[in-house]
Design a protein around this ligand. Structure first.
Ligand SMILES: Nc1ncnc2c1ncn2[C@@H]1O[C@H](COP(=O)(O)OP(=O)(O)OP(=O)(O)O)[C@@H](O)[C@H]1O
Ligand SMILES: [Mg+2]
Length: 465
């Protein structure tokens, strides 16, 4: 940053001083030329004036035309380049123009010529023909040694100014860069300190410049999300450990009791049967957890295939027919014919199965569970509605959370892990859809799965239900 600042600032100063110098040099040259032209004109008028002999020395006095420029010299030449009259010493200093050079000079006068004298001093000369019978030329020369001296002094000072500016630019650039970097260093120090155990720390935005405040706030909101996810994950691991501990303790207890004394073959069979059931439950729980974990990372790709949604509903419904009959619940199916969608068959059946199993578990005998599918503007809507006990409003926002069970104390809830709706939500999200739930206590519950009309490609983003 410092190097770039110094380079750009110094380049600007260089350009500015160079431009000023060029303007000065040009201005001095133009002024000299102007002076010279003035003098040439006056002298030409005098020399060309009637009654005054051409070539007489009188108009020049002691070599000065106007007197106030002591560095102006004059000479009169004939067309062969012979000097007729000249300011003393001039011809020794400046070479005389050749005949060819004189012949090339237009009637209106030549342009300024910069030449070096024999002593190496810079001169500006101007030649013009004198009006008269014989061709004569008036050459007027200006010694620019003083100008050159002034310019040389100016250049010397410019170099000093440039040197000082370079040093100042470096110091200022360094201070600016340091000042600018300090808040970034502060942010990076805080960020470097934050680890898994200090996720609550935030970057203070006090005193940060406006440009960096946005960065710090983005960083802080990222930390908020990370902290939330961390809390979520550790809560989830807690729940998993807790859920696995109970059946494994049961298993151990049963085995311990069975091993306590010698038992009959019948008793051993009973214990083994009960252990087998417990193991099956643990295996199911682990399978579900694994499914949810994989869904989170979208590790398994969906096996989409064109499905007749009504047929799938009927298949799953038929599977639960017997259970519904046992519980005295009517299972009704209503689906628009020809409703097709590209979905993963196994996952769709699992989601519908979870919903029907919930509905049957919460609907008293004499009630009804209705399965329906229809298309709306957004896509395909599959609804599972029951006339059961309903869910209280305070629980409704949480039922899709993992391990959330409303009636923990109910004996049947021991059999349920509280993962059914979480799995449903995950399945629908992976299809790019969303879940909606509506419930009234004592009247019933309705869960709607909304799948988008067209498959959203490979994106399996999680949508909020
Ligand atoms: N149709 C419904 N009517 C009333 N309550 C319901 C209904 N569906 C779900 N619930 C309540 O929501 C909670 C969460 O349901 P979820 O399906 O996630 O878990 P679960 O059924 O308890 O366990 P799992 O499905 O894992 O065996 C349940 O404890 C249940 O009390
Ligand atoms: Mg369930």
């Amino acid at each position: 940053m410092t190097v770039w600042y110094v380079l750009s600032a110094f380049a600007l100063i260089m350009v500015a001083t160079g431009l000023l110098y060029w303007v000065l040099v040009n201005g001095m040259y133009r002024e000299d030329l102007h002076d010279l032209k003035d003098n040439l004109e006056n002298a030409s008028l005098l020399l060309g004036a009637p009654g005054r002999p051409h070539g007489a020395a009188s108009p020049f006095g002691a070599s000065r035309v106007r007197g106030h420029r002591p560095d102006i010299y004059v000479r009169v030449l004939d067309s062969n380049g012979r000097v007729l009259i000249a300011t003393p010493g001039l011809s020794k200093q400046l070479p005389v123009p050749t005949k060819a050079e004189l012949a090339a000079i237009p009637a209106s006068g030549g342009t300024g010529r910069q030449i070096l004298s024999r002593q190496g001093e810079p001169f500006l000369t101007l030649i013009a023909p004198i009006a008269g019978a014989q061709p004569r030329f008036l050459e007027i020369a200006l010694d620019r040694a003083h100008d050159e001296f002034l310019l040389a002094r100016y250049r010397e000072r410019l170099w000093v100014v440039l040197g000082v500016s370079l040093v100042l630019c470096a110091i200022v650039g360094f201070l600016i860069a340091q000042g600018g970097m300090r808040p970034i260093e502060r942010i990076s120090r805080t960020a470097g300190r934050i680890g898994a155990t200090t996720l609550h720390e935030r970057i203070s935005t006090d005193g940060l410049p406006r440009e960096l405040r946005g960065l710090a706030e983005t960083f802080n909101s990222m930390l908020d999300r990370l902290e939330q996810s961390f809390a979520h994950i550790s809560q989830f691991s807690d729940d998993v450990a807790h859920e696995l501990r109970t059946p494994i303790n049961n298993l151990r207890g049963e085995i311990e009791v069975a091993l306590g004394k010698r038992r009959s073959a019948e008793e051993y069979r009973d214990v083994l049967g009960s252990c087998f059931e417990e193991c099956t439950r643990i295996a199911r729980l682990i399978r579900t957890l694994l499914f949810l974990a994989r869904s989170d990372t979208a590790a398994d790709a969906l096996q989409r295939e064109p499905l007749e949604v009504g047929e799938e509903l009927a298949t799953v419904g038929a599977f639960y027919e017997a259970a519904a009959g046992e519980g005295g619940v009517r299972l009704r199916l209503e689906s628009a014919p020809g409703l097709r969608a590209e979905l993963d068959r196994t996952l769709l059946q699992q989601a519908i199965g979870n919903l029907i199993s919930n509905a049957l578990a919460h609907t008293p005998p004499g009630g009804a569970v209705e399965l329906s599918a229809r298309a709306n503007g957004q896509g395909i809507v599959i609804t599972v509605a029951d006339s059961g006990c309903g869910i209280a409003p305070q629980h409704l926002p949480h039922v899709f959370e993992r391990f959330y069970r409303i009636e923990q104390s109910r004996p049947s809830s021991q059999q349920n892990a509280g993962l059914g709706l979480a799995v449903v939500k995950s399945i629908v999200s992976r299809h790019g859809g969303r879940v909606e739930i509506e419930s009234r206590v004592g009247e019933g519950t309705q869960v709607r799965l909304i799948f988008p009309a067209s498959a959203p490609g490979t994106s399996e983003e999680l949508t909020k239900s």
